[in-house]
Design a protein around this ligand. Structure first.
Ligand code: ATP
Length: 225
């Protein structure tokens, strides 16, 4: 089973730790602050007070055997970068690190970090999309400028086939899956498949195309009743 190390037990690091543990993964969690270690120890067993920038300490903790590290230090940029370098040098296979600015993102990119995340920014984007669209269930940025959204099928799409909707030609978006009311998943819909009331559509496309589509189908007065 994959082994994770979470470095920094602020709100984000604690949440990642809790979730991984609830999914059944083994997690080693470290923080230099004894209060944070104590908080985490209430639900995790492998929690240590440790300085994440210190190579010797990391070696003693067996960090080199970990498959995936999550660097969840935010405020202390130097500690975030040094811990990332140490983890990489010790041979951790995959690293996910939190970035607090675009410049920080670029530095982590240069260090070869596999996944760079901006939790506050990403949550802000998702919340803004969710609160402005009644029909949006999920919004996920999959690459800069490209997203995956899950929406309740707007009534004006119902009864139409994918061919008739011309999503690709008009909006540069693809409906990649349709979930029906009775939870049947059509994961490769064809041009002749029709949208029905109660369907949930999984759509991928450029942010521009999705916004255009939302304006056309989702934010009409009819939808906001
Ligand atoms: P959040 O928003 O997730 O609460 P944050 O962005 O405020 O977190 P910080 O408080 O800077 O992030 O860092 C998260 C945790 O990382 C803190 O609990 C802090 O003690 C720990 N931390 C910071 N530097 C180090 C370090 N060098 N070694 C170990 N832990 C560290």
């Amino acid at each position: 089973m994959k082994q994770f190390i979470v470095v920094g037990l602020g709100r984000f690091g604690l949440s990642v730790t809790k979730t991984l543990l609830s999914m059944g993964y083994e997690v080693l969690a470290i923080d230099k602050d004894p209060k944070k270690v104590q908080e985490c120890a209430s639900f995790a067993t492998d929690v240590y007070r440790a300085e994440a920038t210190d190579e010797k300490t990391l070696l003693e903790l067996g960090v080199h055997n970990m498959d995936h590290a999550i660097v969840a230090i935010g405020d202390d940029l130097q500690a975030n970068i040094l811990a990332t370098i140490q983890l990489k040098n010790l041979g951790v296979k995959t690293i996910t690190a939190k970035a607090v600015s675009d410049l920080h993102h670029k530095v982590l990119e240069k260090l070869g970090v596999d996944h760079i995340i901006h939790p506050e920014r990403d949550t802000g984007v998702r919340v803004a999309h969710q609160i402005t669209s009644q029909h949006l269930i999920e919004f996920l940025e999959v690459a800069p400028e490209y997203s995956l959204v899950e929406i309740y099928a707007p009534p004006s799409m119902c009864g139409k086939s994918l061919k008739q909707l011309k999503m690709r030609a008009s909006y540069g978006c693809n409906i990649i899956a349709i979930r029906t009311k009775d939870n049947q998943m059509n994961i490769s819909p064809t041009a002749d498949d029709q949208i029905s009331h109660g369907d949930i559509l999984v759509i991928i496309g450029s942010n521009k195309g999705i916004a255009h589509l939302e304006k056309r189908y989702v934010r009409t007065k009819e939808m906001l009743k």
